[in-house]
Design a protein around this ligand. Structure first.
Ligand SMILES: Nc1ncnc2c1ncn2[C@@H]1O[C@H](COP(=O)(O)OP(=O)(O)OP(=O)(O)O)[C@@H](O)[C@H]1O
Ligand SMILES: [Mg+2]
Length: 461
């Protein structure tokens, strides 16, 4: 059954009342207005799925009501009613975005049919924008890159849970892809046709966050000049993504718990109870069990949200994924920025692999964007990542070399450094030189100085 909120505008009481009765019986929330002025006032207070309006009314006519409705919400379905002699203006109304018109007298079934068709059409249009939109391209498991064992484990869990309705909590450091995963779960679930609604709980506090989540009635508090539909309502039959849930205040937590348990709530300043069916995915980079221990987070809410946990490991704990991700971002930015960069040199790659990535995948993504932007040729070289030298975590916690207890001669150290680097670069002197930050000539000199040789070099001569 299609339903929603409808506004019926006509100065004829009996017609208005009969229409109202028909749509009430269909399950619509029905409002009425007896003239254009009152209609425009109502349009400002509520969000309407459908408006049925007479064309000819004293002072403000139906065309003005139509224009206002379309201005406030382009997806509202507006059906015009015309009396004798106003068919021409009804045709004109179609130009301003009316969905259809009916000439009086009409049967109630006829009007019902037009409205239902209008709503169906609107639904298809939504679907088309959704399909055309980039949302399902961004939030897709195919775009979640990684082949390390720990990421494979995450994938395995995701596969199992995305089709269920269970609440999911995603944890992980900043930039590990929590939002990407949340979106991908929604768009591969049975709720994918309905909305994926995000709320950042850290960005708003108490009253503002509550009005964001639950909405409010007009006049609920100073500043609430219009009625507002909250995120829970918007996410009906879809998924609500509560990001940074660890930053939610205890009083808001209590209200969210109630929605999860009872599946209902009231708008701020409103008495009507609203029922919702929402799947909740939450994310945090805080240690919630610790917050629970410190009584900063409600234990009961924690267990409700945390039916399934997905922990996304930090990038430095799965360094195997770095080349894969770097290559993915290289292609993405080369395309976006229309550059002909295709490769990452071994020297540059070894720097990427050595770095600790405190900002995780987001930081790697930014780093590649910058490198692609600066790169002149077809390969990203170590020099193009020179800005990374200033980033503190380049050397990580581990020292770059291990000194044997007996000590080591500097020249022996240098020799083994050169040999190890050459091995790593398949004995290609140019690449090894780049990795060590020396010129090709200096590398050639070192090779002679330490009397190094390799079958490869002879073969290539
Ligand atoms: N495995 C991955 N494959 C491809 N892109 C990724 C991956 N992980 C993260 N990203 C990208 O990294 C960026 C950061 O990801 P996202 O916003 O999902 O992180 P987050 O964990 O929500 O971070 P924060 O805690 O700071 O909000 C996004 O551009 C996302 O597309
Ligand atoms: Mg995030």
């Amino acid at each position: 059954m299609i339903s929603g909120r409808i506004l019926i505008v006509d100065d004829n009481v009996s017609l208005r009342e009969s229409l109202a009765a028909v749509f009430l019986a269909e399950g619509f929330i029905v409002d009425q207005a007896e003239d254009g002025g009152l209609a425009i006032e109502k349009l400002g207070q509520n969000n309407y799925d459908v408006v049925i309006t007479d064309i000819k009314m004293p002072k403000i006519g139906g065309i003005d009501v139509l224009k206002e409705a379309k201005k406030l919400n382009p997806s509202t379905v507006v059906v015009m009613m015309t009396g004798y002699g106003t068919v021409e203006s009804a045709v004109e109304a179609m130009k301003f975005g009316a969905y259809d018109y009916l000439q009086k007298p009409f049967s109630m079934e006829e009007m019902q049919l037009r409205v239902v068709n209008g709503l169906k059409m609107r639904h298809y249009e939504h679907e088309l924008t959704y399909l055309r939109g980039e949302r399902n391209i961004i939030y897709h498991f195919d775009n979640f890159i990684g082949e390390s064992p720990s990421i494979k484990k995450v994938f395995a869990t995701l596969k199992k849970v995305s089709r269920s309705n269970a609440s999911i909590m995603i944890t992980g450091e900043t930039g590990t892809g929590k939002e990407l995963v949340a979106g991908a779960i929604h768009y591969s679930s049975q709720r994918s046709k309905n909305s994926f609604v995000k709320v950042n709980c850290a960005a708003l506090h108490d009253n503002l966050l509550e009005s964001e989540l639950f909405g409010h009635e007009k006049g609920a508090y100073t500043g609430a000049v219009k009625q507002r539909i909250g995120r829970f309502e918007q996410a009906h039959r879809g998924t609500l993504f509560l990001d940074e849930i660890g930053d939610m205040s205890l009083s808001t937590q209590a209200k969210v718990l109630r929605v999860i348990q009872e599946k209902e709530f009231e708008r701020l300043g409103g008495g009507r109870t609203i029922k919702v069916d929402v799947r909740i995915i939450s994310a945090t980079n805080k240690e919630l069990p610790l917050e629970v221990q410190n009584k900063a987070f409600r234990e009961d809410l924690y267990f409700r949200l945390n039916v399934i946990t997905i922990k996304i490991p930090a990038l430095r704990e799965r360094k195997e994924d770095i080349p894969l991700l770097a290559d993915y971002f290289l292609k993405k930015f080369a395309g976006d920025l229309k550059k002909s960069v295709r490769l990452i040199s071994p020297g540059a790659m070894s720097l990427l692999k050595r770095y600790q990535w405190p900002g995780n995948v987001r930081e790697l993504e930014n780093c590649l964007e910058r490198a692609v932007l600066m790169c002149e040729g077809s390969e990203i070289k170590r020099e193009e990542l020179s800005f990374m030298e200033d980033m503190e975590a380049v050397n990580g916690d581990a020292p770059a070399v291990k000194i044997p207890p007996s000590g080591i001669l500097l020249k022996d150290m240098e020799k083994s450094l050169v040999v190890e680097t050459l091995k790593m670069c398949n004995w290609i002197q140019k690449d090894a030189a780049e990795m060590l930050g020396i010129s090709k000539r200096v590398m050639n000199y070192k090779v002679k100085q330490y009397n190094l040789s390799n079958p490869r070099w002879i073969k290539n001569k």
